[in-house]
Write a protein that binds this ligand. Structure first.
Ligand SMILES: Nc1ncnc2c1ncn2[C@@H]1O[C@H](COP(=O)(O)OP(=O)(O)O)[C@@H](O)[C@H]1O
Ligand SMILES: [Mg+2]
Length: 427
């Protein structure tokens, strides 16, 4: 059946019946001689031809016959739909021109045809087409099977994006579920000793304060003054070390708090609330918390709010979604600042998409490479230095959006092109 697909005998792709063509080739005399058996055979051939075309058209996969130069000789209906061309436009084109986004994964196909080898690529990532199209990369299974070495081959393309996404989602969910239990236990275990460290450091600081009567009394009994002890502690850097202990301790406590957020799921209260208001509140929080609009060295990003007017209120835990937006703002500001983007910009968009309310947070920062993008939602994944990043911001946010709100959370980013986080919350 596939032999026919790779053959060169149909120039214009207009599939006349086999019998017509035989007549055209001078077989009319055969017809005139009217051998009933031959006539029957020709009709059978016609039926078979029609049947094969229907079989190929009924397949959900894109199936194409190509010649040795990867020029399309035949295409089924799915192939034309995938290319966004009519069958007539598709046939005669080079495979790479018909599917420009698949040029990279198709590299090596010509050699495979020449050598009569099969080529298989699974879940190959297509190059992003027009920016602003459906977010996220698309994935294809590609199989090039030679028909005749050096002459022709059949190519099968399947869009497996949904499957790839689902696979990743499952892996991600499993990670989150196992982390949820672990985090709760760990956080409680760490909390107690951490509290001890912080309280101890605070007590030491208190006991070095000159105006407390108990301190003066103890110093007198020891034959010195609190001022002298304090002076010694300052000269030896002890006061600085104490500040350091409390600083690091507070950071560790913040991490523990984040981890507890994992396990808390579900018990928070939900009410209808406006996405636009959450964004405003998160921005206010951000400017208080890390000086979005004042701290020296942090360039204040321009903020654009593009809120669609028709977005209804969404049933949500307000504080949780605020925490998610806050995390996104913080990450974007950190990334833009780190990269020294001259005119940092944050764009917030809301809109309705089917049964979802969508919130997008986009920055014009450095973006992320493939490897980073794949892992941003992983717990403890960070590209920041120790003490700077915990790698928990996005994983906690992911948990809040998906598990706690039944929503979706994806990222679209490329190096040098900024990052765009897309949150979909069910209406
Ligand atoms: N807007 C962004 N632009 C570029 N990279 C980002 C952005 N947001 C997140 N990232 C990447 O994702 C990683 C994980 O983020 P997150 O989970 O918040 O942890 P953390 O901020 O503590 O590193 C960051 O270390 C960074 O590499
Ligand atoms: Mg972060």
């Amino acid at each position: 059946m596939l032999r026919g697909m790779g053959s060169h005998d149909e120039q214009d792709g207009a599939p006349g019946t086999v019998r017509d063509r035989l007549i055209g080739l001078g077989a009319g005399s055969i017809r005139k001689s009217y051998y009933p058996e031959l006539r029957q055979r020709l009709e059978e051939l016609d039926r078979m031809h029609g049947y094969l075309v229907s079989v190929l058209d009924a397949m959900p996969s894109a199936i194409l016959g190509v010649d040795a130069t990867l020029r399309v000789t035949r295409a089924n209906r799915a192939a034309a739909a995938l290319a966004g061309l009519s069958r007539g436009e598709l046939e005669g084109r080079l495979l790479g021109d018909a599917f420009p986004a698949l040029r990279a994964p198709l590299a090596g196909a010509a050699l495979a045809v020449a050598q009569g080898r099969a080529l298989e690529r699974h879940a190959a990532e297509a190059e992003p087409e027009t920016p602003g199209a459906a977010p996220g990369p698309r994935y294809y299974d590609i199989i090039v099977s030679p028909i005749e070495a050096g002459r022709s081959a059949v190519v099968r393309l399947d869009d497996v994006t949904d499957r790839v996404r689902l696979d990743r989602l499952i892996v991600q969910t499993e990670k989150m579920v196992s982390l949820g239990g672990l985090a709760a236990g760990m956080a409680h275990e760490i909390n107690n000793p951490l509290g001890g460290i912080l309280q101890g450091a605070q007590n030491i600081q208190r006991r070095l304060e000159p105006d407390r009567p108990e301190n003066r009394q103890a110093a007198r009994e020891a034959g010195c003054t609190v001022e002298a002890v304090r002076d010694y502690a300052r000269r030896r850097g002890i006061l600085r070390f104490l500040d350091g202990i409390r600083d690091s301790g507070s950071r560790a406590a913040a991490i523990v708090r984040h981890m507890l957020d994992f396990s808390r799921g579900g018990e928070t209260r939900r009410a209808p609330y406006s996405l636009a208001r959450v964004v405003d509140e998160a921005l206010a929080l951000a400017s208080r918390d890390f000086g979005l609009d004042r701290q020296a060295g942090i360039r204040r990003p321009a903020v654009e709010r593009r809120f669609a007017p028709d977005v209804p209120e969404v049933l949500m835990s307000r504080t949780e979604i605020e925490q998610v937006v806050f995390n996104l703002v913080k990450n974007a500001v950190e990334a833009m600042n780190e990269a020294g983007v001259p005119e940092p910009r944050l764009v917030f968009r809301t809109r309705v998409e089917g049964r979802f309310a969508v919130l997008e947070v986009a920055d014009n920062g450095p973006g992320m490479d493939e490897e980073t993008r794949r892992r941003v939602f992983d717990p403890f994944f960070t590209t920041k230095e120790v003490g700077q990043g915990t790698g928990l911001g996005l994983s906690v946010s992911y948990f809040i959006v998906t598990t706690n709100h039944g929503g979706e959370f994806v990222v679209d980013s490329q190096p040098g092109r900024g990052s765009r986080f897309i949150i979909r919350l069910p209406l």
